[in-house]
Write a protein that binds this ligand. Sequence first.
Ligand SMILES: Cc1cc2nc3c(=O)[nH]c(=O)nc-3n(C[C@H](O)[C@H](O)[C@H](O)COP(=O)(O)OP(=O)(O)OC[C@H]3O[C@@H](n4cnc5c(N)ncnc54)[C@H](O)[C@@H]3O)c2cc1C
Length: 236
Amino acid sequence: MSPIAVVGAGIIGVTIAFELQRRGRSVVLIDRDSSGKGASYGNMASIAVTEFMPASRPSVWAQMPKWLIDPEGPVRIRPSYMPKLTPWFLRFLEASRPSRVKELEAAGAVLCSRVYEDLMPLLQATDLVEMLTDEGCLSLYADEAEFKADREHIAVLERFGFRHEVLGGNAIRELEPALTSKIAKAVLFPDNHSIRDPYQLLLELRDKLVALGGKVELGEVVGFEQADRVKRGAPE
Ligand SMILES: Cc1cc2nc3c(=O)[nH]c(=O)nc-3n(C[C@H](O)[C@H](O)[C@H](O)COP(=O)(O)OP(=O)(O)OC[C@H]3O[C@@H](n4cnc5c(N)ncnc54)[C@H](O)[C@@H]3O)c2cc1C
């Protein structure tokens, strides 16, 4: 059997490559950067079981104009990039139809409700269970208005039966004394555990892949040939 090339040695590529290698396939994991310091390095490390709300929902659209003019906002679009972006935006718009949003929420809920069924066998097989913390995650709100603005999220969690607990005042600080009294409301997501060190997890999984016989190569993938073979250029 010919080897399988996996492009990108972040957490997604490494775990796919590890699983393929574990199932007896021969794998080459290719990355243009040997450090592994993409998104999998500097993230919040939350196993964010409750975060499956589709980005295409209308309430996100409503905030878009404000975000676009705010230099600190989460969306920035270079005007010269607009022609390239337009087809993507049309698909995004199409995905914001209420019926499609409902379908996406349901699909996200199915995936997220089985996160630990998927994650634990991987951590057990690699002896990395201690990388997972026990505590849950708190979502914080400065006031009632902020909390109300997030009702849509809580309503979806209620609809799909995801565990959460709304906390106010002293209950918040009993749970997390470091929080200031400016935080008026919080929602506890007990099932959103964290990974102690996502970069360390990535490195350990990469080592285990190599120990199983997988290869890690440096190179930029610049395209695919019809025969599914990967073309590689020199690393930057
Ligand atoms: C600030 C922040 C906080 C986040 N917090 C969370 C969180 O709490 N919980 C959560 O679940 N998710 C979180 N995420 C999302 C999460 O980090 C990403 O979904 C995840 O790391 C993506 O993994 P990846 O392997 O796809 O990408 P990456 O880790 O970015 O890896 C992609 C790799 O592909 C390589 N590559 C790309 N193109 C090529 C090419 N053409 N040829 C060769 N190599 C290539 C890159 O060099 C890179 O190493 C967060 C993201 C950010 C930015």
